[in-house]
Design a protein around this ligand. Structure first.
Ligand code: FAD
Ligand code: FES
Length: 290
């Protein structure tokens, strides 16, 4: 059964959730940003804190920044990263070290400067009248859900979290989820925290037991698709954040296509957050596996 068509209203921001019936248009800008902190938070995962006052002032949960990590030829293409948290004049990025760009990013130190374009893309939206949200995070999928959890809680919306990771150490952003959520259920592949297995076990249970008004998902696409199916079967609206290769980040190159029920869309400007019910899950547009 598909979820009933839902009226979505704008994103949670600044301690209140209001309904204007329209998206807030934020215009991306180019900003010279300074590294305030760059620290290892788990094996192969870093937390980058950037002084980015102009982006921090307008970014919404689920939006991303496009970072020019270095000036060399290998770095002509910017790399996209969700903003994990925005506070005052800083933004935080949780990143996994995978290839050349993120390896270089891990070497950046306090005081280093790079440039960022943002806020980019469409973030999470809150359905009218939602009182309870379930956030489902798989691995690095915790990154774009951190700020969402915080803003929903500030706006008086009850938050539950189902979180999965390979190991206890890779359960990212736990402090943020523990502070914002009234219930957090975790699963790890090796059983080192919570239950042993995939996050789809806890997500199915929380959907059935808590009957949230909305489900937000980010993680590996196979997991995202499975959770979207659980939400659809329960008739609960669901939004998913999708990852694609992104060259330009501004809608010009078509490297980030997502096939939807209303045609091909660009993840960088039409997403990265989509209504799950509009996504055609054929997997052919996925970024390469590392
Ligand atoms: C909207 C969005 C938000 C993201 N948020 C995060 C986040 O919060 N934390 C995080 O760790 N990662 C995130 N990613 C993935 C991140 O952009 C890639 O892991 C990163 O670009 C890899 O760069 P690299 O140079 O280390 O890898 P390489 O494989 O060496 O990169 C080579 C090229 O491929 C592109 N590329 C490779 N993998 C990806 C990918 N999965 N997605 C997009 N482009 C890719 C790079 O832009 C680069 O041009 C996000 C991706 C998108 C699209
Ligand atoms: S990254 Fe160029 S169109 Fe989306």
């Amino acid at each position: 059964m598909g979820a009933a068509r839902t009226e979505w209203f704008h994103r949670p921001r600044g301690g209140r959730v209001t309904c204007s019936g329209a998206d807030i248009a934020t215009h991306p800008l180019l900003e010279r940003v300074e590294v305030r902190r760059n620290e290892r938070v788990a094996e192969g995962v870093g937390l980058l804190v950037l002084h980015a006052p102009r982006i921090a002032a307008t970014i919404e949960p689920g939006q991303f920044v496009h970072l020019r990590i270095s000036t060399g030829a290998d770095f002509i293409l910017r790399r996209p990263f969700s903003v994990h948290r925005a506070s005052g004049e800083t933004i935080e990025v949780l990143y996994q070290v995978l290839g050349r760009g993120t390896r270089e990013l891990a070497t950046r130190e306090a005081g280093d400067v790079m440039d960022a374009v943002g806020p980019l893309g469409n973030g999470w939206r809150v359905p009218v009248g939602a009182a309870h949200a379930l956030l489902v995070a798989g691995g690095l999928g915790a990154a774009p859900l951190g700020m969402l959890a915080e803003r929903l809680a500030q706006g008086g919306i009850a938050v539950s979290v189902a979180q999965g990771a390979p190991t206890a150490e890779r359960l990212l952003a736990r402090d943020l989820f523990d502070a914002a959520a009234r219930r957090v259920v975790v699963a790890t592949d090796d059983g080192s925290a919570g239950e042993t297995g995939f996050v789809t076990g806890p997500s199915a249970r929380l959907i059935a037991e808590d009957r949230p008004d909305v489900v937000y998902v980010c993680g590996p696409e196979i997991m995202t698709r499975a959770v979207a199916a659980q939400a659809a079967a329960a008739g609960i609206p669901c939004q998913v954040s999708l990852e694609r290769l992104m060259a330009c980040g501004i809608g010009a190159c078509l490297s980030c296509v997502v096939t939807t029920t209303s045609g091909r869309k660009r993840a960088c400007v039409d997403g990265p957050v989509f209504d799950a019910e509009e996504v055609c899950w054929d997997g052919s547009e996925l970024p390469p596996r590392h």
